[in-house]
Design a protein around this ligand. Structure first.
Ligand code: G6P
Length: 607
């Protein structure tokens, strides 16, 4: 999704802006640009494609100015061309960068065209540039013009503005899209994500909804939505810089797969004792909310939605609490019945996914309480939910989510235990789960060590164009996640089915060109699943089965990858790893852009 970086300093800022954009690449984008004030004018450079193209352009015409704004664009209105790339300008005076969507841009554009403004792009953003310019032309100062403009915009946005008559300041504002201010010494910054600025500062102000900010090298002034001057706290960002480096790994995705034992440990830390869940981890008000909870509604998107599907199995099985789950983009736009005492749970790596956030806002006042399982401290979902349980996965850079998913599952299992305690889970059952959780990092490590074997397996897969993924029970959503991973990064068509559904349609597709992947741990459903595998085999299908030691025998057309023995409750978490590894190796063999797959964005901050 789009990214914003801005800097006002006593040194040249182009390097800072370009490095910031590079650090935002993980969010997904298709063009990039910057505008720098130098020699009494604003110079703009934009390129379609990668930040690297923009960097080359800047090397050819170096910009040495001390203030500037920059952007990576993920196309929403208009194609990913240079003309549509940000910053957008009104004449030569003013440049603007924008994340989000302006819903009422058409009437505004029409009005501006009638006033003689000429549009050079297909974007909604250009409207903002001309609105500010028109207000300045009418005699307003830049602040007044910017505020007047913002008040006319409907939709979601984060904005940064640079004007040639105000060369050492950037104005910025947020409504519905994240924006942070980075605090330096004699220099200050803005960005849509603190990751963009970690090379220059670790001190940040997280702007609130409706905030408006004026940033100069020596000062940051913030006004809230009521235009009152406010003092927002400066927070130190705790993650280490190395999180944004690939280290010894070829791709961030692989680094993040390997990090799972460690980040799962970090997610468990301080939240379980030897035998018990430490419920305080959910916050001081959690206990009374859990006491009253009679229904759980989970809302999420993408990989996070799959984590929620697993949680539904757990919650209904262990806690006996009815649990509904739906993707946010559907839920937010339909009428729904909310049962009494509903705990509304959102799951999100970024905490900024527009649909998930909108769903929360739509029902916040109608539910018992909201709880988010989230990976980014200070994100919108964390700030706007009553309770939160952070997944301590650290920054996830690969667009295809890996460590966020497994840590979400860990958090959701802890939530299940907290609720199940109140609904008949015995102390012994709790202890069994907690003891299993203590073993989880070691089991994940054992699964990650299958890497080389899975790399070999992937060679038989890379030439295929279609595939099926099968699982039963809570392993069905794991199969869905495996199929999503493969599609996302290798572009191989992959569908997941609950294995019992095979004969109701997908079996018609099975032949030797259709590999079938099955997750088949040694649980009560294994015999049923084996019968499904035979149905595939009988039709000449090629099977790749991930199974517990010696429980499924390899045979002609049936390859078996032996998994470590895993307590049943942990199967969905551990069996995710080989599917991540399979997708990764297939993608590498196919030569795709593993960390930034085509057309996808890491953080979807527009609907
Ligand atoms: C995008 C990402 C996915 C992610 C989904 C939900 O589509 O590419 O990896 O699962 O958004 O994001 P969230 O941050 O809410 O988990």
């Amino acid at each position: 999704m789009c990214g914003i970086v801005g800097a006002v300093a006593q040194r040249a800022v182009s390097g800072i802006l370009l490095e910031g954009l590079r650090r935002l690449e993980y969010r997904g984008y298709d063009s990039a640009g910057l505008a720098v004030f130098e020699g009494e004018q604003i110079h703009r450079l934009r390129r379609a494609g990668k930040v690297e193209n923009l960097t080359h352009a800047e090397q050819e015409t170096p910009l040495k100015g001390h203030s500037g704004i920059a952007h990576t664009r993920w196309a929403t209105h208009g194609k990913p061309t240079e003309n549509n790339a940000h910053p957008h300008m009104s004449g030569d005076d003013l440049a603007i960068v924008h994340n989000g969507i302006i819903e009422n841009f058409e009437p505004l554009k029409h009005q501006l065209q009638q006033d003689g403004f000429v549009f050079t792009s297909d974007t909604d953003t250009e409207v903002i540039a001309h609105l500010v310019a028109r207000a300045v032309n009418q005699g307003k100062n830049l602040q007044e013009a910017f505020l007047e403009t913002v008040s006319q915009l409907e939709g979601a946005f984060a904005l940064g503005v640079l004007h040639k008559d105000y060369p050492d300041q950037i104005l910025a504002s947020r409504k519905g899209s994240p924006l942070v201010v980075g605090i330096g010494i004699g220099e200050n910054f803005i960005a849509s994500d603190q990751m963009a600025l970690l090379q220059v500062t670790d001190r940040f102000i997280y702007l609130e909804e409706g905030d408006f900010v004026q940033v100069t090298p020596d000062e940051v002034m913030i006004w809230d939505a009521n235009l009152e001057i406010v003092d927002r706290p400066v927070k130190k960002f705790e993650h280490s810089l190395s999180a944004a480096d690939k280290g010894e790994f070829r791709h961030f995705m692989m680094k993040e797969i390997y990090e799972q034992p460690e980040v799962v440990k970090a997610t468990l830390q301080g939240r379980i004792s030897d035998k018990h869940l430490l419920e305080q981890a959910f916050g001081s008000e959690a206990a009374s909310v859990f006491d009253q909870t009679q229904h759980v509604q989970i809302i999420a998107c993408g990989t996070s939605f799959h984590a929620g599907l697993v949680a539904k199995y757990w919650l209904e099985d262990l806690a006996g609490i009815p649990c509904s789950i739906e993707v946010a983009s559907e839920y937010r736009y339909r009428k729904h019945v909310i049962p009494a005492n509903t705990l509304f749970v959102t799951i999100s790596q970024s905490g900024e996914t527009a649909d998930t956030l909108a769903a929360l806002r739509a029902v916040k006042d109608k539910v018992l309480a909201s709880l988010t399982v989230c990976n980014v401290p200070g994100s919108s979902l964390v700030r706007e939910s009553d309770l939160c349980l952070m997944t301590n996965a650290g920054p996830e850079i690969g667009v295809a989510s890996t460590k966020a998913f497994t840590t979400q599952l860990v958090a959701l299992l802890m939530l299940t235990v907290a609720l199940a305690r109140r609904h008949g889970l015995t102390e012994q059952q709790e202890t069994d789960i907690v003891e299993a959780l203590h073993k989880l990092p070691g089991l994940l490590l054992a699964a990650v060590k299958l890497d080389k074997e899975i790399e070999i397996l992937s060679q038989d897969f890379a030439e295929k164009n279609h595939s099926l993924f099968l699982g039963r029970g809570p392993l069905y959503p794991v199969a869905m996640e495996g199929a999503l991973k493969l599609k996302e990064i290798s572009y191989i068509h992959a569908e997941a089915y609950a294995a019992g559904e095979l004969k109701h349609g997908p079996l018609a597709l099975v032949d030797k060109e259709m590999p079938v992947v099955a997750v088949a741990p040694n649980n009560a459903l294994l015999d049923k699943l084996k019968a499904n595998l035979q149905e595939v085999k009988a039709r000449g299908g090629e099977l790749f089965v991930f199974a517990g030691a010696d429980h499924v025998k390899p045979e002609d057309g049936l390859k078996v990858e032996q998994m470590p023995d895993v307590p049943e409750i942990l199967e969905p978490i551990v069996y995710t790893i080989p599917l991540q590894l399979l997708s990764y190796h297939v993608a590498v063999l196919k030569g795709t852009d593993v960390d930034q797959p085509r057309n996808l964005a890491k953080s979807v901050t527009v609907e």
